[in-house]
Design a protein around this ligand. Structure first.
Ligand code: 1CP
Length: 343
């Protein structure tokens, strides 16, 4: 694993060719994924089959020879383990049958129990067994804030209105919930490491719902609790942590903190100015706009090389997309992006 380009980059060591993996690399844009997905009506049932998860995590590795693999699961497994009743039905986003609607719902939550997530840890073990030697496995969770937003909203949403009114009406109660989620995220990531993952990524996908002050109060302070617990624990102290923070309202320099090894940039961020700002203190992952993969081969080549050229001398650069790949993308276009990186 020492020779992994991905782990080297996380430690801010140079690579002549940048490592590449991308968010949602296993998923609906791959025909080989669709073939397996057809056998399940509820996506979560598929996540509960460790052998299937391993097979799905390996699909993009086998197809594109990527430099890192990511656990096949979802960020919403934690609220499901708290008994909020998650389901993903055919063609729909996530839905909770038992969402958080009042402070009483938080008071009467069942204690978080890692046992309920054994299927995830088994998936980690199975994936590690099947991965080619030298390809690291990334474990992950949602940030406490992003998990709270889905749990209160009862699923995905454009504006997360229920979550915003809950924040206004019950500020203490939501803090209590965020503390429960922070402890759960720590325990969950720790057990993923014990099961074999080599790096961790925290997804704060809904940071952009918050103003700059709110971001600190509702999201960052809780993410810091998670990373502080991880760094204080001998099991996880040396595992690099990547943060994906979709927060256009605040400069990344003001967001980052010591426990983070790498920032995963949203495609709206200007990678050139961020890399100058961060001055090689953190590894950087990013950030091609996934929509570029819908364009001509020439444009994909040009935009990919533009990022590689900007980051050429940056010691910890990992090529990635600036958000998850979408189901409407042709895998051949992904191959063009990868060829452009490795040329
Ligand atoms: O290769 C991989 O990345 C697969 C593993 C993975 C990861 C890291 C999946 C599988 N989901 C995630 C993270 C995840 N899940 C995030 C953070 C990343 C991001 O911002 O995109 C989020 C917000 C979710 C929640 C979620 N799960 C959504 C978005 C809902 C919304 O509208 O807000 C959806 C559609 C899912 C389902 C899901 N998760 C993963 C897959 C492959 C799918 C599609 C399910 C299907 O086939 O029906």
């Amino acid at each position: 694993m020492k020779d992994s380009k991905f782990l080297k980059a996380l430690n801010r060591q140079p690579n002549s060719i940048p490592p590449v993996w991308f968010m949602r690399q296993a998923g609906r844009y791959l025909p080989e994924y669709q073939k397996i997905r057809k056998n399940y009506s509820n996506f979560l049932d598929m996540c509960k089959q460790p052998h299937t998860c391993a097979e799905l995590a390996l699909q993009p590795i086998n197809r594109f020879d990527l430099d890192a693999s990511i656990l096949f699961s979802d960020i919403l497994t934690i609220p499901d383990a708290l008994d909020l009743g998650l389901a993903f039905q055919e063609g729909e986003g996530p839905k909770f049958s038992n969402p958080i609607s009042s402070p009483q719902d938080i008071k009467k939550l069942i204690p978080f129990d890692l046992e309920n997530l054994n299927y995830v840890f088994k998936a980690v073990e199975e994936t590690k067994k099947q991965l080619p030697e030298g390809i690291p496995l990334i474990g992950f969770c949602g940030s406490p804030w992003t998990l709270a937003a889905y749990s209160i909203e009862g699923g995905g949403s454009k504006d997360f209105k229920k979550t915003k009114s809950f924040m206004m009406e019950h500020p203490d109660s939501i803090q209590e919930f965020l503390e429960i989620l922070s402890q759960a995220c720590y325990e969950y990531l720790r057990q993923q490491v014990l099961s074999g993952v080599n790096a961790l990524q925290i997804f704060d996908s809904w940071a952009d719902l918050l103003s700059s002050d709110e971001l600190e109060k509702f999201s960052l302070q809780h993410t810091r609790t998670v990373t502080k617990l991880l760094k204080a624990d001998p099991v996880t102290a040396n595992i690099p942590i990547i943060l994906f923070e979709k927060s256009p309202n605040k400069k990344l320099k003001e967001i980052l903190f010591q426990d983070i090894s790498c920032i995963s940039l949203h495609w709206q961020e200007d990678i050139k100015s961020v890399s100058q700002d961060l001055n090689s203190q953190y590894a950087i992952q990013g950030n091609l706009d996934p929509k570029v993969l819908l364009k001509s081969d020439e444009l994909i080549w040009k935009e990919t090389q533009k990022i590689c050229n900007i980051m050429h001398d940056y010691p910890g650069f990992i090529f990635n997309l600036g958000h998850g790949i979408t189901p409407n993308i042709n895998p051949n276009k992904v191959q063009i992006m990868i060829d452009a990186i490795r040329q």
